[in-house]
Design a protein. Structure first.
Length: 242
């Protein structure tokens, strides 16, 4: 993961998502539904649900929407059943692409994802074709404008919290953890008074693939098409987007 900031690669995704609040809320509701269905409806006893609720609130999702998703999962409201699926494929310039899905209709979603790849000079692949190029990590970001801590002070706080690695840029501190340590690291940093701009379990590329300007543009269009699909939760890739 070192050597190229994930922060630079997610700016396009963040700006696109900010322009689609309705779809953000729909995806957040599905994520809450799945977490509550698997681990129970109490966020205090269900870490995955608590994280999903925190993400939904960070997107300004109304509390009524959050409660409705939890009630659906617990059987209080009638609702459909969602299934988690991961699709893998190849984007422009040989970039590796992972797509996390939450769907109530796998056939429809597979067709939509395949169409998005084919329209963007990419190919949907078999399970396992690119997943070995990614590691699942906890990923946290602190905007440097929200803290007076310098790099040395921040590094000390990160080490004390039990994180694995930190990268620094002029804009942010990027912190990486093992998935099992994510919750405790997040809690420790919040207890120290740091405001987290991003806090998620993410798929991070082991290395980044250099792309031509043309292939960067094509990959950007592929990401837009995929994120425009209702069932897509997250899109990960290893293309270096300058």
């Amino acid at each position: 993961m070192a050597g190229h900031s994930k922060w630079k690669n997610i700016q396009h995704r963040k700006s696109a998502q900010d322009a689609k609040k309705g779809k953000i809320f729909m995806r957040a509701a599905k994520e809450i539904y799945t977490a509550a269905k698997e681990g129970g409806p109490d966020p205090e006893m269900n870490a995955a649900l608590r994280l999903a609720v925190d993400k939904a609130k960070a997107s300004n999702m109304p509390n009524d929407n959050i409660e409705r998703a939890i009630k659906k999962a617990s059987g209080t409201l009638d609702g459909v059943s969602y299934e988690e699926v991961i699709y893998e494929g190849y984007g422009p310039g040989g970039s590796a692409v992972m797509v996390e899905i939450l769907t109530d209709n796998k056939n429809r979603t597979a067709s939509d994802v395949r169409h998005a790849f084919s329209k963007s000079n990419g190919n949907l692949g078999e399970n396992g074709c690119v997943s070995f190029l990614f590691d699942r990590k906890g990923y946290l970001v602190i905007d440097r404008t929200t803290t007076n801590a310098d790099e040395d002070e921040m590094l000390l706080a990160v080490i004390e919290a039990g994180a694995e690695e930190m990268e620094t840029s002029d804009e942010v501190f990027e912190i990486y953890t093992e998935p099992e340590q994510f919750k405790s690291v997040k809690a420790s940093l919040e207890e120290k008074g740091f405001l987290l701009d991003t806090a998620e379990i993410s798929l991070l590329p082991q290395t980044y693939n250099d792309l031509s300007v043309s292939d960067q543009e094509k990959l950007g269009r592929l990401i837009e098409r995929l994120e425009g699909l209702e069932d897509v939760q997250e899109v990960y890739h290893n293309g270096k987007m300058d």
